[in-house]
Design a protein. Structure first.
Length: 146
C-alpha cells in the first residue's frame, strides 16, 4: 500500500463490489478483478487471488440475511453451490498457475463476452407465483378476454 489514498480507493472498491453483489450476486470476477488490474495495476493472477481472498470472509452475510428476510433465498441450493465453489476454486487456482498470463486474460475475456451476450440476448425471464419461471412474461401481463 502506498498510503491513505490507495487504502480509501480499495475500501471504496469493496463498497461498490458489495453493493453490486447485493444487487446482482456478483463481485469478484466481474467487479473486483478488473478494477484491481485497471485501477491498481495488479497482474491478473494476483488480482484473482486477492479477489478470492475477499470471498473467503463472510462478505455476503448481511446481503444473505436481507434476501432471506424477504423470502428470496434457497439455502440448500446455496450450500450445494458452495461445495462446488470450494472444490472448484482449488482447481481454478491450479489451472491459473499452470497457464500463461496471456492465456488467462483471453479465457477471462471470453467468459465476460459470453456472460454479456447472454444478458443482452436472452429472453426476459420472470418468476411466476410458486417459483416457476415464465419464459414469455409479456403473454401473461395481459389478462385473457372473457
Amino acid at each position: 500500500m502506498t498510503g491513505l489514498p490507495e487504502v480509501l480507493k480499495l475500501v471504496a472498491l469493496g463498497g461498490i463490489a458489495g453493493v453490486l453483489s447485493g444487487m446482482f450476486g456478483i463481485g469478484g470476477g466481474l467487479v473486483i478483478v478488473p478494477a484491481l488490474v485497471l485501477m491498481f495495476g495488479f497482474d491478473l493472477k494476483t488480482a484473482t487471488g486477492t479477489s478470492l481472498f475477499v470471498i473467503l470472509l463472510p462478505t455476503g452475510l448481511l446481503g444473505v440475511l436481507e434476501y432471506n428476510k424477504t423470502g428470496h433465498l434457497k439455502v440448500a441450493a446455496g450450500l450445494l453451490i458452495a461445495i462446488g465453489v470450494f472444490v472448484g476454486a482449488y482447481f481454478g487456482a491450479k489451472i491459473s498457475g499452470a497457464i500463461s498470463a496471456t492465456t488467462l486474460k483471453r479465457c477471462y475475456a471470453i467468459f465476460l463476452v459470453i456472460v454479456a451476450t447472454y444478458f443482452l440476448l436472452a429472453p426476459s425471464l420472470e418468476q411466476k407465483p410458486g417459483g416457476s419461471v415464465d419464459q414469455n412474461p409479456s403473454a401473461t401481463d395481459v389478462p385473457a378476454a372473457p
